[in-house]
Design a protein around this ligand. Structure first.
Ligand code: AMP
Length: 408
């Protein structure tokens, strides 16, 4: 057991580090990257990235992963969780045979590409190779890359099975398995695919599981695949990223697009991610904003993969100011520099609110999360407030607030 750790989830056979002693302690706050035990070549990449201090999840998880422990990280995107597992994995793979020795499973193509980019960046001073495989694009190029050999494979579960069945990749020498955004993978119905993939992996592996939330299904997955894991929890379960400033705008449904256009015209909303409930909703908002002369683009499941990649690229490099997305963009997307998230529709699940606003307030940058609340969404907002454990301030915009607009 880790020094200072106390068993908490005894029923699950899980050891949990005391969050209050760990993440919140002065000792940890002062920890530097030098103390985490990473090798020189990995540290060079950390310096290149411009990171000066490890984030709490990195301080806790990196030494444990280096020790070979199974780790269950309760952390949402924006906490630095990707580096928390990729840095020590790269470290671990520096010595030893050139075989596929690490696999990261991710729920979406976007996250898959993002994790691959991270691995590439952090492994830039090493000769380790990484291949990323996801669905919706031709198999052949991925097959070629896999057959050429990769130390680290990042994959979405369905497409990975296609490759396993074609024997484009074998996991006989796999040492580390990462289940990234496990809750999201289960939400998307990937449990059977995960089982299938894990059945090809030696059981003496190291397994790391990251999840923003801990519903019973994720606990069950952890019980099944992790051995005596240390649970590393950043912040309170379901707590919203603390640098995010929240606000709720009461507004009748039919006035939402006008309110959005008005906020975009009048305030310093530089790079805005807008979430709508439906694909049509997303397209409608984009049409409205375009009519108002505001540059925006939509991203949802009806768009082809090239269109989605393009939309994301244009948004990332600042060509478009507003990205309007359905839930496919909800988790795991690391778009640095987002200044605002707008919940055009109130998320149906309170937990989703936490994930969505995880897009902003990333790694301690200031960010704002605005939620447009129609009269029939008041109950859902109350539910969210209960889950995040704090009331969200209401902002009344004259001419829009249904509480102040005379009914006609
Ligand atoms: P993640 O939670 O892995 O999606 O990371 C969120 C963002 O934080 C990414 O843009 C990282 O580049 C950045 N980041 C990760 N670790 C650090 C660190 N120690 N210091 C500053 N930024 C970091």
């Amino acid at each position: 057991m880790v020094p200072g750790a106390r068993p908490r989830c005894a029923a699950m056979g899980i050891m949990e580090t005391e969050n209050t002693e760990a993440a919140g302690s002065a000792e940890l706050a002062l920890r530097s990257f030098d103390e985490l035990g990473l090798s020189e070549v990995v540290m060079q990449a950390v310096v290149d990235a411009g990171y000066t201090t490890p984030t709490p999840i990195q301080s806790e998880a990196i030494p444990l992963v280096l020790k070979g422990r199974d780790v269950m990280g309760l952390a949402q995107t924006g906490t630095g969780k990707t580096a928390a597992f990729t840095l020590p994995i790269i470290d671990r793979l520096l010595d030893g045979p050139r075989r596929t020795r690490a696999l990261v499973l991710t729920p979406t193509r976007e996250l898959c590409v993002q994790v691959e980019e991270n691995v590439r960046r952090y492994a830039s001073h090493t000769s380790l190779s990484v291949v990323c495989v996801y669905g919706g694009v031709p198999l052949d190029p991925q097959q070629k890359k896999l057959r050429a050999g990769a130390d680290i494979v990042v994959a979405t579960p369905g497409r990975l099975i296609d490759h396993l069945e074609r024997q484009n990749v074998v996991f006989d020498d796999l040492e580390v398995l990462v289940l990234d955004e496990a809750d999201r993978m289960l939400d998307m119905g990937f449990a059977p695919q995960i089982n299938r993939v894990v059945s090809d992996i030696p059981s003496y592996r190291q397994t790391l599981l990251f999840s923003a939330t801990m519903p019973p299904e994720v606990e069950a997955l952890a019980r099944k695949y992790l051995r005596k894991p240390v649970v590393v929890q950043v912040g309170r379960r379901s707590s919203a990223a603390s640098t995010v400033t929240h606000a709720v705008y009461p507004v009748p449904r039919e006035r939402k697009s006008a309110l959005l256009a008005s906020l975009l015209r009048e305030s310093a909303l530089d790079s805005v991610l807008v979430f709508t409930r439906t694909k049509h909703g997303a397209d409608r908002v984009v049409r409205h904003l375009e009519r108002e002369g505001i540059n925006s683009t939509a991203m949802h499941a009806d768009k082809t993969q090239p269109q989605r990649t393009r939309a994301l690229q244009d948004f990332k490099n600042g060509k478009v100011r507003v990205l309007v997305a359905t839930d496919i963009a909800q988790r795991g997307l690391d778009i640095s520099g987002i200044t605002h998230v707008v919940n055009y529709d109130v998320p149906q699940q309170a937990e989703d609110y936490v994930h969505r606003i995880g897009r902003t307030g990333r790694a301690a940058n200031e960010g704002d999360a605005f939620t447009f609340m129609a009269p029939d969404e008041i109950a859902m907002v109350r539910q969210i407030e209960r889950v995040i454990g704090q009331p969200i301030p209401r902002i009344s915009v004259p001419g829009f607030d249904f509480g102040t607009v005379a009914a006609d």
